[in-house]
Write a protein that binds this ligand. Structure first.
Ligand SMILES: [Zn+2]
Length: 200
């Protein structure tokens, strides 16, 4: 077993950051009457749930290595798009918001605990979470061309967040702080837990 030691000051920092950031998570709902590429691009960076989960996917991909390094960051946006199509098509899916928040907790914990399951486990898990992230927006997309430009921006931002996670993961292995990536994963998991218990 790995021990995941975290100084109390770090926990306090996370708590303080959370107070400021939970309001950012609420950016999830908003005015969707006009949807541009730039808005699609901005949303995953302003919605805390998306941002944390997508960075965690990159972190996890860097920990898993091998084919997972590119399979995870490509599977997520692909299945996310499929989820958006399902939502847009009116397919009913339960527990979407809780599932999205749970994805932050689960993916953060996977990174913090350096879980390294086979692709048979990691890919379906990533796919399930990706579908929920996409679905939540598919249901609210307007039935016009702006939906496509918004989705384009959303997908580009998702890939960027995966790459940021991968970059952090790789940088962490070169840093004197050996557990930097796992600490980032732990912070993501803690924030996921806070989002889960915070009514929104
Ligand atoms: Zn959102």
């Amino acid at each position: 077993m790995h021990s995941f030691a975290r100084p109390a000051s770090f926990a306090a920092l996370v708590a303080a950051a959370t107070v400021g950031l939970t309001s950012a998570a609420l950016a999830h709902v908003g005015d969707h009457s006009h949807m541009s590429f730039a808005e699609g691009l901005a949303h995953p960076f302003t919605g805390l749930d998306h941002m944390l989960a997508m960075v965690a996917v990159g972190l996890w991909a860097s920990q898993l290595g091998g084919r997972a390094l590119w399979l995870l960051p490509l599977t997520f946006p692909a299945i996310m798009t499929l989820g958006a199509v399902l939502g847009f098509g009116g397919v009913a899916l339960p527990w979407v918001e809780i599932g999205i928040t749970a994805s932050v907790l689960v993916l953060g914990a996977a990174v913090a605990l350096t879980l390294r399951p086979s692709l048979l486990v990691s890919l379906p898990l990533i796919a399930l979470f990706a579908a929920l992230h996409g679905y939540s927006h598919g249901v609210e997309l307007p039935a016009n061309a702006s939906a496509l430009t918004y989705a384009g921006g959303f997908i580009v931002a998702t890939l960027a967040l995966h790459l940021i996670g991968i970059a952090i993961g790789f940088a962490a292995t070169r840093m004197p702080v050996r557990f930097a990536a796992r600490t980032a994963g732990g912070a993501i998991a803690v924030l996921g837990l806070v989002l889960l218990v915070t009514p929104h």
